[in-house]
Design a protein around this ligand. Sequence first.
Ligand code: 5AD
Length: 321
Amino acid sequence: MQMIEVPNSLCSDRRGLARSVRDAQAGRVVHVRGVIEFTNVCHHNCLYCGMRVANKSLGRYTLDRERLTDLAAGARADGIRTIMIQGGDHLEYDVAELCRAVGDIRERFDQTVLLCLGDRPLRDYEELFAAGAAQAIVKFETSNRSLYRRLRPHSHLDERLKLVNDLWGLGYEVSSGFILGLPGATAEDAENDLKLVSELPLFAASVSPFIPNDQSPLAGATVPSLDSVLDCIAGLRIRNPWLRIPSVSALNLLASLEGREEPGQLLGLMAGANVLTINYTPPAQQKSYVIYTSRRSLIEVGYAKELVKLTGLETDCLPTL
Ligand code: 5AD
């Protein structure tokens, strides 16, 4: 991956520089994707996540294949061209059923299918690729090995990085990313997170601010500042001109916590991001998908288009009737 050295004289407006790099290299387009969070069942016990298996107070749900394809049809009707199928690490969810859903969504609605399914056997990912999935997200969360082990006690960072490489080897366009401001992480860790992104064979990468989840052991921890997250997004863009970089919904939460007037996701786009995600999980289930908190800010397609208009960029949505 190409690295660009930034002259110190240009660092005073890092976000402005990141915007110009995006516009010139990635294009003046915001990629709008839809996500369906089809299950909040998870076998893992990550310390930062509310869906951890130890959270017995959380009502669990799983959507069946028909529901999944109906929701994808709704996203397609809104002009969405990429659909993300996301869930907890739920190994009992039959891979054959998932393959049928992927095939349907790909064939009937002509959508690019992006998987975010966590640690599944490579064989499953192979079958899903054959069924039509083209992209996958595997976040490494932190480049600090011992912190990773502490926060994700079931696994090692190297296994996660191997999955990133293996999926790339299968032909997937792979997305990864990290959480900024995890308790115990230092400024040096953040610098290493950025370096690690540039070393992996990635198509997209995200920076998510750490949001303490009130149903997790890290409930009392502190939140990073919105400015630190925006500067990190800008750094990611400057180092990786062609990368797809989401402006994540947690930025809106941070902006409102800090009493900022501008929507956080707009500021993310202004810092060089170029992806927005619309949530198509049914309202009854949205509240139970407590990755970072139940107070998530979820946006609709009309709002995403308005945000993009404010930046002067285009979206990749299809025109709707
Ligand atoms: N803060 C920020 N991001 C989180 N995630 C999970 N919990 C948190 C949290 N408390 C992110 C992780 C995970 C994704 C589904 O959600 O990056 O991969």
